[in-house]
Design a protein around this ligand. Structure first.
Ligand code: VNL
Length: 391
């Protein structure tokens, strides 16, 4: 009888210990991934979700003893929804990191939540320079438009393009692109012969392309957000501009690898500046592209996808450095200054600005094995966001 009781006590204690162990092992770190999964910018959401899931499939869902849980939410590209989702995820679900943010207005809408709750906000897509200044807990793994547009402007002026006309989407990253193309282009000797801003929603480029053609530039510089390049390319060809001798130059957002094949041969020769190409050489990217395509047979990984992949890497590495601690200040401290090898090449999180420092490549659209690719032909190394550096 006594032995039996003792047995029960011992058994009871070990069951408790087991339960405690299990609770420890299963302590979960939730990450809220807020993206436009439907609507005109759904491709950005899909690319980033696919890349984040690929990262977890390759690296496991446990870091520093914590189980990682990804909660994906569709903000449908409505800023109020982004803000509400961020709030609900932080307050009700207890997420320790919010991530994603497909467009600038969406990233800005969530910034007050990350600032007040001291929750890291990983911006994996949106590219307006000022975003990181809206919360001390924002870290960006995508790019800034000034990084790309300034490199494009400088290259154009130094490579025989004497006169340029710029066409940009009329919202913050477009305004950044316009300014930084113009500044670097004119500083290097180029002359602007006109500028146009095209509405973001349901853009019709026809009249702007006509204005550009009438100004007789050597090249038209373009920024449109990821997903709109196909519409632009179609209207460029419809107006006969592909046969006009006017060159097309752009930030890498126009010849988006996800949709570039649909542009047809009119895209051949298009020159752009950007941080990532599906065709970027090297073993790391070859493995990334192969794994991404295997998991998502109908997609090619584009520049948005690497923002998601590297954002997950940043979160994993930060958790390793904090030994699984999740308070915002500890995670931010671990993220600042982190350097690693991305599929796009070497990157660093600038500890002063929390923006990504990365190579910007000049690329030309060429055909390889029957497909269109952005083939890199020159590299500007370790580009910091020039907008912040200039202030
Ligand atoms: C933004 C910038 C969005 C670049 C994009 O595609 C892009 C933005 C959706 O900051 O809103 O290619």
């Amino acid at each position: 009888m006594q032995r039996r009781n003792l047995f029960k006590v011992v058994l009871g204690a070990s069951v408790l210990a087991l339960a405690a162990n299990a609770a420890f092992a299963q302590e979960t770190v939730k990450i809220g991934l807020i993206l436009p999964m439907t609507g005109p910018f759904a491709s950005t959401g899909k690319q980033i979700e696919a890349a984040a899931k690929l990262y977890m499939a390759e690296n496991g869902d446990t870091v520093a003893g914590k189980k990682i849980e990804l909660i994906v939410k569709d903000d449908t590209n409505v800023a109020d929804t982004t803000k509400r989702l961020a709030q609900e995820l932080v307050v009700n679900d207890g997420v320790k990191v919010i991530a994603g943010f497909g467009l600038t207005p969406l990233a800005l809408a969530a910034a007050p939540i990350s600032a007040q709750a001291k929750v890291p906000q990983i911006v994996m897509a949106a590219g307006t320079a000022i975003i990181t200044e809206r919360s001390p807990y924002i870290v960006r793994t995508s790019f800034t438009l000034p990084q790309k547009a300034s490199v494009m402007g400088n290259w154009a002026a130094k490579n025989g393009i004497g006169k340029a006309f710029s066409i940009v989407a009329d919202f913050a990253p477009g305004h950044d692109s316009e300014k930084w193309f113009k500044d670097s282009y004119t500083k290097a000797g180029g002359t602007m012969v006109g500028e146009a801003r095209v509405p973001l929603a349901n853009p019709d480029f026809a009249s702007f392309l006509q204005r550009a053609a009438d100004a007789k530039p050597d090249a038209i510089f373009v920024f449109v957000p990821s997903g709109q390049g196909a519409t632009f390319a179609k209207q460029f060809v419809e107006r006969g501009l592909d046969k006009s001798g006017i060159k097309l130059i752009a930030t890498g957002d126009l010849p988006d690898d996800d949709i570039l094949n649909g542009f047809g041969d009119a895209a051949l020769g298009l020159i752009s500046a950007g941080p990532y190409s599906t065709a970027h050489p090297g073993a790391k990217n070859a493995a990334y592209v192969a794994a991404f395509k295997k998991a998502n047979p109908s997609m090619r990984p584009n520049f948005m996808s690497v923002g998601g992949y590297d954002g997950m890497h940043l979160i994993y590495e930060a958790l390793k450095k904090t030994n699984g601690a999740t308070d915002g200040d500890a995670l931010l401290g671990a993220m600042k200054g982190l350097s690693f090898e991305s599929p796009r090449g070497p990157v660093t999180i600038d500890p002063a600005t929390r923006d990504i420092v990365q190579n910007i490549y000049l690329r030309k659209v060429e055909k390889k094995d029957g497909e269109l690719y952005n083939i890199e032909f020159a590299t500007v190394e370790a580009v910091k966001d020039p907008d912040k550096a200039s202030r």
